[in-house]
Design a protein around this ligand. Structure first.
Ligand code: GDP
Ligand code: MN
Length: 426
């Protein structure tokens, strides 16, 4: 406990300073949007047109035929989750007469993939794309290529493998020697020899080799230019006529960069997001919904993570991650309470706040006032642990408030109170 309190204190101090700039969020976009970004940087992509219903899907297929001459199409569910193929969200239409039926089957379906919850995600749109595996699937090859930030080294890296089209986690588990990485020096950017090494390690030669070098170069430019934290292309396809193109695109844009990436900020699809998270974002709270029963209200992302660890250590699961940030006044605490209580799984709320810049007694007053304002809207036990400036005064304030709020100074006390409160409830 001594060690973890010390770590907690360190993370408190750290997060206090960084809490506003250190938002851990990323924005997900759809495959069709990722491909638009790629194409704008000169990356060759499988040509496709997005459709909201079966009528639009048929029109899209006709247009693709005019543009590319294709007569086979692939109909792809657009949801923010991978593994769509496995869940029946990617289907081949061997002829324009098949498009309407397949599109109406996929649009509106509840798509369950290895990356969604058991209830799956509702499909609102499909991408109609030209079939690029035709003719002769045997002459095509699928690769895996991603660009991402390696937080360990603080550098961007390109990760790639000959084992494309498959679940990369499985490749990593069973055949890790088939995954290669190329780290990029931020001072000089991606070097020509690195792109050539990638093409070589992927076993390419001749025109396909040259195409891959161009592909990697343009992909990296797209990643840097769009302030992304990940671009995952799985599969990258080598066609039977030796062209290299992106068949899929999973893209994460760094949330902190959206102020200067307005066009990409507009790509956000609220239908894909958790409604409570959307609401929290609107009022400026960092909230991430989780599966457990203990609601957390914390200041600073580091303390939020440490708190979640300690909840688990006490034998429970956190219901959320909520960082109220620097100003934990009554209004903000009340908003946070209301957000946390929207989750019906919450059985207790633990408030763990470090008073550094913000004094503990002010936070305590905020909690008491918020509780009073909310009347009987709060039906679950509230445990407040305040540590830092004026912590003792804060505890007295809570204890004398006449409100059924439990207070603690040490984390262990708070954890014990959560335990006691939950064992009464369950
Ligand atoms: P994911 O399952 O969500 O990763 O979606 P993908 O975009 O990767 O598509 C799943 C699979 O569909 C790919 O791995 C391909 O094997 C297949 N696929 C995608 N496009 C085509 C296509 O044009 N023709 C054929 N025959 N298969 C395709
Ligand atoms: Mn894929």
């Amino acid at each position: 406990m001594i060690v973890s309190s010390f770590l907690l204190l360190l993370s408190d101090l750290f997060s206090e300073i960084k809490s506003d700039s250190d938002k851990i969020y990323i924005m997900n976009i759809h495959e069709y949007q990722g491909k638009e970004i790629l194409a704008s940087y000169g990356v060759r992509v499988q040509r496709g047109i997005v459709a909201n219903n079966a009528v639009e899907a048929v029109a899209a297929a006709k247009q693709l035929t005019t543009e590319t001459g294709t007569s086979w199409y692939v109909v792809k569910a657009q949801v923010h989750a991978g593994g769509r193929g496995k869940g029946g969200g990617v289907k081949l239409a061997k002829g324009i007469d098949k498009v309407e039926g397949i599109a109406s089957e996929i649009i509106g379906m509840q798509l369950v993939t290895p990356q969604t919850s058991a209830e799956g995600k509702k499909v609102h749109k499909v991408l109609i794309a030209e079939d690029v595996y035709y003719p002769g699937e045997s002459e095509t090859s699928e690769f895996y290529v991603s660009v991402l930030l390696n937080r360990g080294t603080g550098r961007n890296m390109i990760m790639y493998s000959t084992e494309g089209g498959m679940d990369i986690e499985e490749v990593a588990e069973h055949t890790p020697h088939l995954i290669f990485t190329e780290e990029i020096d931020p001072n000089v950017g991606l070097q020509g020899f690195q792109a050539r090494r990638i093409a070589f390690n992927l076993g390419l030669s001749g025109n396909a080799f040259k195409e891959m070098v161009k592909f990697i170069d343009a992909l990296y430019k797209a990643y840097i230019g769009s302030d992304a934290s990940m671009f995952e292309i799985n599969p990258v396809l080598k066609t039977s006529d030796n062209k290299i193109l992106a068949v899929d695109a999973k893209v994460n844009i760094d949330d902190n960069a959206l102020y200067r990436q307005k066009a990409y900020a507009e790509m956000r699809d609220i239908l894909e997001e958790n409604p409570i998270e959307v609401e929290a974002k609107e009022v400026g709270l960092n909230y991430v919904d989780l599966d457990g029963t203990v609601g957390c209200m914390v200041n600073g992302a580091g303390l939020a993570m440490a708190t979640m660890d300690l909840i688990k250590y006490a034998g429970f699961e956190p219901a959320n991650f909520l960082d109220v940030g620097g100003t934990a006044d009554a209004k903000r605490v009340e908003t946070a309470f209301r957000i946390i209580l929207k989750d019906p799984n919450v059985k207790a709320i633990l408030i763990n706040i470090f008073g550094g810049i913000v004094r503990c007694d002010r936070v305590a007053q905020g909690v008491v006032d918020a509780y009073k304002n909310m009347g009987d809207a709060i039906k679950v036990p509230i445990i407040v642990r305040l540590q830092g400036t004026n912590a003792e005064i804060a505890k007295e304030l809570i204890d004398n408030s006449g409100m059924p709020i439990l207070s603690a100074v040490q984390f262990q006390e708070a954890a014990d109170q959560v335990q006691a409160a939950l064992s009464v409830v369950s």
